[in-house]
Design a protein around this ligand. Structure first.
Ligand code: NDP
Length: 471
């Protein structure tokens, strides 16, 4: 094989690949690039300005491989699924056994585990890394959640830490463990993102439908909240989204956007995997369900025609902005607490290192769920990684104040028919988590009654059956 000059290669100059390639070149690395449609590669280099000198355009996969210094590393940024397998199959015969393929797309971690096993048998090496932050993050500093062997991580860490976002100078790039660990953490990140976005949308719904507020009134409220405990990327962009005017109609842009939301599957994967792991993440599940229900537009329209719209929460019945802010603070803490609970369970189940405080740290900058709270979460998890975040004193203080407001908002919404599924699910989870004696004794009684499943007595005696009264 010819010896190339590039430090790394990249396949797929779409939204993410083009932005990440420019970021890598900007940090001083030489990068060889290849795209299925060659005109995209030509345009990319033509528009790269001063970075073009560090970008090696190639028009064949063999040319790409030849352009990289051995041992070679090639990043894939193509759509997740079978296309990744096709690219690996095309690259495999062109690469040496100690070369490395890095899937930086949003892969299902089960696929990453499978590809890792296949790579061990057939070569070259393989890593799956989760990259968050969208196009802007990829261009100027994403949050990177890496999976793979220690040795492969050590090989690419210089490039990946150089391009990652920084929080107080610390790069937001962490090695999470072998195989699919990086993509698993990225999926949980996206699950939290779904829940956080849904809770924000629900508060927007209370303001819009319950209190008759327009986007122009809602935008400054979110802008104000972004200066407090809620300070986060998602609250910041919510204010901007609400403030934007549609140039065609002069109306708030929000008011002309159809209310059906898409998903690429990562939130759904998180909800499904939580069920496999036997861990409760109801706020994330509610957010996934809400996206599914958003697509049922005709049914929702028929439902409103039949049952009528929710009435407005008038006068003293309406929550104050402070109550709404506190409700959102509580909801946000609870959805992160559920996400970290899921990570803690996966850590045990899969025997992955999953460094929980570092995961909170890696999400402090660059990614979509970056928020001021994550710094305190990192501290709480460093104190005791096994303790649920809602039990950490710092967050317990917040929740003591904020949960009564969440309760007020959920109760008002329920009484008036305003949908707040993720906030309700967060609250129901909190209430279950603070109930020392649950009602599962009744479930166990029922199970033993109809199926002789047995139960454990409170004194610890197991394998018990009831002398059930059968009329
Ligand atoms: P785009 O649709 O913008 O780009 C897709 C790229 O893949 C293009 O370069 C395209 O080439 C190439 N491609 C598509 N089909 C094939 C194929 N059959 N064979 C070879 N190349 C192909 O996608 P994104 O950049 O948005 O996403 C890439 C990955 O990153 C996905 O896994 C996505 O989920 C993930 N991701 C995306 C984020 C985002 O905000 N967009 C955020 C984080 C992760 P061509 O030009 O020829 O069509």
């Amino acid at each position: 094989m010819t010896t190339g000059t590039a430090d790394i290669g990249l396949i797929g100059l779409g939204t993410m690949g083009a932005a990440l390639s420019a970021n890598i070149a900007e940090k001083g690395f030489r990068i060889a690039v290849w795209n299925r449609s060659p005109e995209v590669t030509r345009d990319f280099v033509a528009n790269a300005g001063p970075l073009a000198g560090r970008i090696v355009p190639t028009e064949t996969l063999a040319g790409l491989v030849a352009a990289i210094k051995p041992p070679r590393a090639v990043i894939l940024l193509v759509p997740a699924g079978p296309i990744v397998d096709q690219q690996i199959a095309l690259l495999r015969p062109l690469m040496a056994a100690d070369d490395l393929i890095i899937d930086a797309g949003n892969a299902d971690f089960h696929d990453t585990d499978r590809r890792t096993v296949e790579a061990a048998a057939q070569g070259p090496h393989f890593m799956g890394i989760g990259v968050s932050g969208g196009e802007e993050g990829a261009r100027h500093g994403p949050s990177i959640m890496a999976g793979g062997t220690d040795g492969d991580w050590a090989r690419v860490a210089p490039v990946l830490t150089a391009v990652a976002a920084r929080y107080d100078g610390t790069p937001c790039a962490v090695h999470m463990g072998p195989g699919g660990a990086g993509h698993f953490v990225k999926a949980v990140h996206n699950g939290i993102e779904y829940a956080d976005m849904q809770m924000i949308a629900e508060i927007y719904g209370v303001l819009r439908d319950g209190m008759g507020q327009g986007a122009a009134q809602i935008a400054p409220l979110f802008r104000h909240w972004n200066e407090g405990a809620l300070h986060s990327y998602l609250i910041e962009i919510t204010a901007e989204v609400a403030a934007t005017i549609d140039p065609e109609t002069g109306l708030p842009l929000l008011d002309v956007i159809r209310d059906t939301a898409g998903q690429k599957g990562t939130g759904r994967w998180t909800a499904i995997e939580a069920q496999h792991l036997g861990v409760a993440v109801p706020a994330i599940e509610a957010a996934v369900a809400a996206r599914n229900l958003s697509a049922a537009l005709a049914d929702r329209q028929a439902g409103e025609a039949l049952y009528g719209p929710a009435p407005q929460l008038l006068g003293a019945g309406a929550p104050t902005p402070d109550v709404l802010e506190q409700a959102l603070i509580a909801g946000k803490i609870l959805c992160y607490a559920q996400g970290f609970d899921m990570l803690a369970r996966a850590r045990q189940q899969f025997s992955w290192p999953l460094p929980l405080p570092d995961i909170a740290r890696v999400w402090r900058a660059g990614c979509i769920i970056r928020s001021a709270m994550l710094n305190d979460m990192a501290t709480a998890l460093a104190e005791d990684p096994a303790r649920n975040l809602m039990l950490a004193p710092h967050f317990a203080d917040h929740l003591m104040r904020a949960v009564p407001c969440l309760r007020q908002v959920v109760a008002l919404a329920a009484l008036n028919g305003l949908p707040v599924p993720a906030l309700s699910a967060g609250l129901a989870w909190f209430d279950q988590m603070r109930t020392a004696r649950s009602t599962a004794n009744m479930i166990q009684g029922q199970r033993d009654f109809f199926g002789a499943h047995g139960f454990e007595r409170v004194d610890g005696t197991t394998g018990q059956h009831g002398p059930w009264v059968r009329d």
